[in-house]
Write a protein that binds this ligand. Structure first.
Ligand code: SAM
Length: 321
């Protein structure tokens, strides 16, 4: 059963390619990805976003794959920021290329960024992501704060055999910086992303944080929306968030649709069914036909709960995490 929720948020995966090999997401690298023709181009993405806005979407997040690997991503940001009705345009990135691009993205109309950061210890970061690029990510984080791509949120997927030791140093970042450090429960998505028992429930992560920093105080973070529950370490500059996609069911708080890089609209990350917008776009469909499809997905979303899903393996990087 779903509570009625205004579905006004679209996540757009702009590419399925990524420059990291995170063990929970993309350990096999670029195997099995689409060629350029299989991926929506910027004109197509712009058209879908415009039509979604006409159907009530107000917030758009660009993700991937790694969105900053798209050449001219700032041009897409610029175009989407100008779509009538879109009030909030954000981006999720691994942060590797963010430092040199932050000023340009801000100028193009990007409001804020989420940065994936699973470790602050350099060898651990390399084990989690396959690359020794922690300094670049930290530079990206500081540039984002400097240019005002705020509020900045840090996404940390916690894996028992991977980065459990990083929970305290990651939480510590929220003590000193005005960022939300969000602990995300690991969700095994393919056989390649490894063992399901690497999952750590957020209740355990919270206990680790509280044992070190003392009891967390609940907070309401403005414009938080979505499934994260926020709390604060006493006296901290930032917040701690928990996204408990496995130990909890938050369908009632989910207001998002997803557009995958290969042009499928999905009512939910876990949906076993998606709708082929690319086929319509490339088959010469008019705006009304595409709006009809968007409205159909919106209606389905209002009925959907994860419990009804039979979806199994999926590639987070093409659907867009
Ligand atoms: N490349 C960008 C990045 O690294 O943030 C955007 C794409 S990545 C797929 C987006 C988010 O998906 C990441 O923040 C990560 O937290 C989440 N994610 C990917 N695989 C996951 C998994 N198996 N379980 C939980 N979260 C996952």
């Amino acid at each position: 059963m779903r509570y009625s929720m205004n579905v006004d948020y679209l996540r757009v995966s702009v590419t399925d390619r990524c420059n990291l090999r995170c063990i929970y997401c993309n350990p096999l690298g670029d195997h099995g990805l689409r060629d350029r023709d299989g991926i929506l181009d910027f004109d197509e993405i712009h058209r879908v976003v415009r039509l979604c806005a006409e159907c009530g979407v107000r917030k758009v997040r660009l993700t991937g794959g790694e969105p900053l690997m798209c050449r001219n991503i700032a041009d897409l940001v610029h175009r989407l920021a100008a779509v009538r009705g879109i009030e909030d345009l954000s981006l999720t990135t691994n942060g590797v290329s963010l430092g040199p691009m932050a000023v340009q993205l801000k100028a193009a109309g990007l409001k804020r960024v989420n940065i994936s950061l699973d470790a602050v210890d350099r060898p651990c970061y390399q084990r989690m992501t396959g690359f020794d690029l922690l300094p670049q990510v930290l530079d990206g984080l500081h540039k984002a704060l400097e240019v005002g791509l705020t509020p900045v949120r840090l996404n940390c997927v916690v894996m028992r055999d991977g980065n459990l030791s990083q929970v305290i140093p990651l939480a510590e970042m929220a003590v000193h910086l005005p960022v939300s450090v969000r602990f995300i429960e690991y969700c095994p998505t393919t056989r390649a992303t490894g063992r399901a028992d690497d999952y750590v429930p957020n209740a355990e992560v919270r206990r680790i944080v509280e044992a070190h920093f003392g009891p967390l105080q609940s907070v309401a973070v403005p414009n938080a929306g979505g499934p994260a529950v926020y709390a604060r370490i006493a006296g901290a500059a930032g917040a701690i968030g928990f996204i408990s996609g496995r130990s909890d069911v938050f369908c009632h708080a989910c207001s998002r649709l997803r557009l995958s890089s290969d042009g499928k609209l999905r009512p939910c990350l876990h949906a076993d069914r998606s709708y082929d917008v690319k086929g319509l776009l490339r088959g010469g469909a008019g705006d009304e036909a595409i709006r009809d499809l968007i409205r159909r997905v919106l209606r389905e979303k209002s009925r959907y709960t994860r419990i009804t899903s039979t979806a199994e393996d999926f590639l987070m990087q093409s659907i867009g995490g």
